[in-house]
Ligand binder design. Structure first.
Ligand SMILES: CC(C)(COP(=O)(O)OP(=O)(O)OC[C@H]1O[C@@H](n2cnc3c(N)ncnc32)[C@H](O)[C@@H]1OP(=O)(O)O)[C@@H](O)C(=O)NCCC(=O)NCCS
Length: 173
């Protein structure tokens, strides 16, 4: 699997920036292609409206992935992290997650939490490689094709000075 710095030195025009209302159609297209039970367009618009941190990765006009995070009471919750199928395994998910964590650290957040399906090996490997540890399980948290699926709850302790190691893509506030 290629490393993130290689990717971004190979594509210096890649940008992580705030999601805009005009991005939502592209975001929803990736969301629907990526999840069996996707968020609706309305959920993304609500996330923008209430001021959650919503970031996208783009090269030119092409939107490759996005992340959504809420913060409050000293905690961050990663609510969504997704990379378009054609752009996976190139370090984009890792950079997006670092970008979210950096923003959380800058906001004085101490811990980040997320839920993930235990069957989602790619995401779990990404999160664990970034220092997330499993705290427990939420029983029957997710919709499933048959019945419900549990969620693994992961936590990352965030220190002051948390930053993206190595070369990072350009980011905008
Ligand atoms: C999970 C996801 C965001 C990862 O994005 P990505 O850009 O492909 O990930 P990266 O290229 O940054 O990979 C980072 C690490 O994740 C792990 N990983 C990523 N894809 C993997 C795969 N197919 N199999 C195993 N591990 C994988 C590896 O540990 C990898 O590190 P490495 O490159 O040093 O081996 C992406 O697969 C995705 O969007 N999946 C669908 C949506 C989803 O499930 N989101 C998570 C919901 S909790």
């Amino acid at each position: 699997m290629s490393t993130a710095p290689e990717l971004f030195s190979a594509a210096p025009e890649m940008l992580i920036r705030q999601m805009r209302p005009l991005d939502v159609a592209d975001v929803v297209a990736i969301e629907h292609a990526s999840y069996q039970f996707p968020w609706s367009e309305g959920i993304f618009r609500d996330c923008l409206r209430v001021g959650y941190l919503c970031r996208v990765v783009t090269v030119g006009q092409v939107l490759m992935g996005y992340g959504v995070m809420s913060t409050g009471a000293g905690e961050a919750h990663i609510l969504n992290l997704c990379v378009g199928e054609n752009f996976r395994c190139r370090g984009i998910g890792r950079h997006l997650m670092f970008a979210l964590i950096e923003r959380a650290a800058a906001a004085g957040v101490n811990e980040a939490f997320l839920e993930v399906r235990p069957s989602n090996t790619a995401a779990i490997r990404l999160y664990q490689s970034m220092g997330f540890v499993q705290l427990g399980m939420r029983r029957g948290y997710y919709q499933a094709a048959v019945g419900r699926e549990d969620a693994a709850v992961l936590r990352l302790r965030i220190g002051a000075g948390t930053r993206v190691p190595g070369a990072a893509p350009a980011t905008q506030p």
